[in-house]
Design a protein around this ligand. Structure first.
Ligand SMILES: Cc1cc2nc3c(=O)[nH]c(=O)nc-3n(C[C@H](O)[C@H](O)[C@H](O)COP(=O)(O)OP(=O)(O)OC[C@H]3O[C@@H](n4cnc5c(N)ncnc54)[C@H](O)[C@@H]3O)c2cc1C
Length: 589
């Protein structure tokens, strides 16, 4: 089974739709039930308490976590042997989507279930798992993750917190302080990174009752104001030796693997907020009258709704495609096997490129959607009383944490390059084929297979743009390419658009090939993606070559220029009418 599952990043080299995709239309009955339960919880328990959450009402978030725990929503990723459900990643991600209707709650939930719990699930000893997981599964204990320090954010391995063995050998003595720790005000268990003997980056489970541990004051934040964000201070904190997590000097493995899943969950998580804010914007626009007409009838308002609904379709298509690939890799894995955790980590790491894409693309799509939602509300969108004002502020953090979008752009291209050097991805073979095709002016032609034939061709052209630009840059800069940030960022943007178009075309063709709404969303997004990727490729080439060589590269690039000449007004109308009729985004089966 695992043999036939595409590898991470392989979408760049495969024909569009060459493998079946996981998507919401294909959720199992059990997955739909979890989605329903999680959505009901958000609607009935979280959203009505938005004001109290925002005011940091003491005990409220803990109480909500406990209630979510009773419904099983905190234990999806925890193995059955330790009080959890041990379900597949698609279920975990659809719960992540459903919980994200309120930013503060979403971050609290993620801080606990993902970064605060998974390090123990994946790297804990049997004794650590038995001690902590059953209590984390129900939120009897709340988890938090402490990696960042005031001097080390993006450069996480530059941490200064130290860990030294006590003279009696029974404790690790931790000194240092961590910055911006989600859930810190009420967490019971902290995953803390510190350096042993000055240089061995290592992970520890630190309990709140640890002597020498204290929590600093709450930060006053732009958004997600209901969530707790505080410094964690460790002054000769005495951590029992049995609380060392994983191995000395291997803390980076824990930090980076947790970031992989965190990015995936963030990328999916944005969907809950996007869908809610789109629905709110449509409802507001339907009510609001100007010039004697509901503003929802105005062309420019309809365009905003159609475009942002298309972004929801794009993120959703990429997100569940990725979770499906991970689940396919994990299919048949025995949860009691000694190598189960290692295989789970490896399956998620395999799709680290896709996780970075989702993190960047998802957070920026959310940003665009809430921005347009404010605009649709006009002046009222700027007033606190309207939920969209808070959603706009809450959304901003997503581009910063779980690795900033700058770091993730560099990472995703860096990973593609690394894998091609290792021989696990045929990046440069494909790039050479593309060069040959361009030189001979022998690109694949559009196969007239229906309304998405141009978009399908575009998916292939976008992949070609990405690898061609990367090939030229690699030839020019060699090992110095990693320092060419603008080139990498431009290539990253093309890769993201390629993944989005590929996923939208494949999903539409596989689950609803004649649905006019899915077709319209895909065609609309594809034209935007092709235009901006062409410009990104031009910029990457202009930064990598000059003179006649550049002229030749630009001529070849021009062959990849593609446009689908639809009537944008008609296409917007197809989407906007469906969103209006459904009161929001209703695709997904
Ligand atoms: C509300 C909130 C909650 C958080 N929760 C947690 C938590 O629970 N646990 C935790 O450990 N951390 C948490 N963080 C910290 C968060 O992960 C960091 O803020 C983030 O990683 C960025 O680090 P920094 O703030 O130090 O920014 P910096 O690393 O200083 O970055 C500043 C700017 O420089 C850019 N930059 C940095 N390096 C490069 C480079 N090499 N190339 C190009 N550009 C670069 C960045 O992209 C950014 O634009 C939280 C932060 C906030 C605000």
């Amino acid at each position: 089974m695992a043999q036939s599952v595409p590898t991470g990043g392989e979408f760049l080299f495969r024909e569009v739709g060459s493998t079946p995709l996981m998507c919401p239309e294909r959720f199992t009955d059990e997955q739909r039930q979890y989605l329903e339960t999680a959505l009901r919880f958000s609607r009935n328990e979280v959203l009505p308490k938005t004001e109290q959450i925002e005011k940091k009402t003491p005990g409220l978030l803990r109480e909500l976590l406990r209630k979510a725990g009773e419904l099983g929503l905190l234990m999806i990723d925890i193995p059955e042997a330790y009080g959890g459900l041990g379900l597949e990643k698609t279920t975990s991600l659809l719960v992540a989507e459903a919980k994200s209707m309120n930013g503060s709650w979403s971050v609290t939930f993620g801080g606990h279930t993902c970064i605060g719990t998974l390090p123990i699930v994946w790297f804990g000893s049997p004794a650590q798992k038995a001690k902590f997981l059953p209590k984390l599964a129900t939120a009897e204990w709340v988890g938090a993750y402490a990696l960042t320090e005031s001097g080390s954010g993006s450069d996480a391995l530059g941490a200064k917190t130290t860990a030294v063995k006590s003279a009696d050998g029974k404790f690790w003595i931790l000194n240092g302080s961590k910055q911006f720790i989600t859930n810190a005000a009420f967490a019971d268990v902290f995953i803390v990174f510190a350096k042993v003997d000055g240089d061995k980056f290592t992970c520890f489970i630190v309990e709140r009752s640890t002597p020498g541990l204290s929590i600093g004051p709450e930060e006053h934040k732009m958004g997600i104001r209901g969530s707790s964000t505080c410094p964690l201070i460790l002054e000769d904190a005495k951590v029992p030796v049995e609380n060392l997590l994983g191995e000395i000097g291997k803390g980076h493995k824990i930090a980076f693997n947790i970031l992989n899943i965190g990015r995936l969950k963030l990328g999916v998580g944005v969907l809950g907020g996007m869908k809610l804010q789109l629905a709110n914007a449509v409802a507001y626009a339907a009510e609001r009258k100007q010039f004697g007409t509901s503003i929802l009838k105005f062309g420019m308002i309809r365009e905003k709704i159609a475009r942002t609904a298309g972004l929801v379709y794009a993120v959703e298509s990429m997100a569940y495609r990725t979770s499906g690939l991970i689940d396919a890799r994990l299919h048949g894995l025995d949860p009691t096997a000694p190598d189960c955790d290692a295989k789970t980590i490896a399956a998620i790491e395999e799709f680290a490129v896709e996780a970075s894409i989702l993190k960047v693309f998802g957070s920026e799509a959310l940003g665009q959607l809430v921005d347009e939602a404010v605009q649709i509300h006009g002046g009222y969108g700027y007033i606190e009383e309207y939920p969209v004002e808070r959603a706009y502020r809450d959304a901003r953090i997503n581009r910063i944490f779980e690795g900033t979008n700058e770091i993730n752009r560099m990472l995703l291209v860096g990973m593609l390059l690394k894998r091609s050097v290792k021989g696990t991805l045929p990046l440069f073979d494909f790039a050479q084929t593309v060069d040959d095709e361009l030189t001979a002016n022998a690109l694949p032609k559009e196969v007239p297979t229906g309304p998405l034939s141009r978009a399908a061709l575009a998916a292939g052209h976008l992949k070609r743009m990405a690898v061609y630009a990367l090939k030229v840059a690699a030839e020019t800069f060699g090992p110095e390419l990693e320092k060419q940030q603008l080139v990498l960022a431009n290539v990253a943007d093309i890769v993201m658009d390629a993944f989005a178009v590929d996923s939208m075309v494949a999903r539409t063709r596989q689950v609803a090939p004649s649905d006019p709404v899915r077709i319209a969303m895909t065609r609309q997004f594809t034209n935007v993606a092709c235009a901006r990727s062409l410009e990104a490729a031009r910029r990457a080439l202009c930064a990598s070559a000059k003179g006649d060589a550049l002229t030749s590269h630009l001529k070849k690039l021009a062959l990849l220029s593609l446009y689908d000449p639809f009537n944008p007004v008609e296409l917007v109308e197809v989407i906007a009418e469906a969103v209006e009729r459904g009161g929001g985004y209703t695709l997904g089966g």
